[in-house]
Design a binder for this molecule. Structure first.
Ligand SMILES: [Fe+2]
Ligand SMILES: [Fe+2]
Length: 263
């Protein structure tokens, strides 16, 4: 089974990269399933039903999120009604939406997607390790093919979660820092791991935002509006080859694909 995961989609350029690159990639690589982090898809801040619809239309099966979940109030409709939309599982009990979902692929195979958020240098949340462990145990009763999006700032927290789940899930991929790491590997137990998938959007930027306002903020300490940048748009993420019978990863490859100039 061939899976592609796209790192945080940032604004219109990120959605455009997905729309223009993903369909051909899906066909050329015979992808069976695509998961993407959409937390920055609406102008860099959060996600709406409209931006989610664009992402699904580009060929994404499941959208994950993170700390920007609440930036747009329309997100509530996605949380309440969209089964292919997940938010970090470790929000307090009673939070709308779901932390995991299972989709059935055309061949009949089931894949589970679990979203978790870290706590180091981030807002307080319930313990991601305890909740991920319990949820993975539950999901494994239903399918061995499981992807975990660990949305976190600290590399140690992401690697530790990956190590904890080695052999129990197919993929653990980090998101949130928007900087793609070069440590892709299959752990001894058969879990594919990458500390951060990077982001899908304009890379002539500071993490997807125009450079100048970010610099001014650092220089003056005053608030600034951070517009989404425009140039050097990349589709970033990772490809994983999975044995659908066991859920073990057979191979992993990082992706950083440029959108041709003028598109
Ligand atoms: Fe984030
Ligand atoms: Fe992000």
């Amino acid at each position: 089974m061939k899976l592609f995961f796209a790192g945080d989609i940032v604004g219109e350029p990120g959605r455009r990269a997905l729309r223009l690159l993903l369909p051909a990639m899906r066909e050329a690589l015979r992808l069976d399933v695509v998961v993407a982090n959409g937390e920055n898809s609406a102008g860099g801040n959060g996600i709406t039903p409209a931006t989610a619809a664009e992402i699904y239309a580009a060929g994404v099966d499941v959208i994950t999120t993170g700390d920007h979940l609440w930036d747009q109030r329309e997100v509530l409709a996605l949380l309440e009604k969209e089964p292919r939309f997940v938010r970090p599982i470790n929000y307090p009990p009673g939070t709308p939406g779901r932390g995991s979902t299972i989709v059935q692929l055309p061949g009949g195979c089931l894949i589970a997607v679990l979203n978790v958020q870290g706590r180091t240098f981030m807002s307080p949340m319930e313990n991601p390790f305890l909740l991920a462990k319990a949820e993975v145990e539950r999901l494994r009763e239903l399918t061995p093919v499981i992807l975990v999006d660990m949305h976190a700032e600290a590399t140690s927290e992401k690697i530790a979660l990956g190590r904890m789940l080695d052999g129990l899930v197919s993929v653990v991929v980090g998101t949130h820092t928007h900087v793609q790491t070069a440590d892709e590997q299959v752990f001894p137990g058969g879990t594919a791991f990458l500390t951060d998938a990077g982001f899908t959007g304009p890379h002539e930027s500071v993490l997807g935002r125009e450079i100048e306002p970010v610099l001014r903020r650092f220089l003056t300490g005053r608030p600034e509006r951070f517009e989404v940048a425009r140039a050097r748009v990349l589709l970033q993420g990772l490809l994983v080859d999975i044995d659908p019978a066991t859920g073990k990863a057979l191979g992993i490859r990082r992706v950083s694909e440029p959108l041709p100039d003028g598109t």
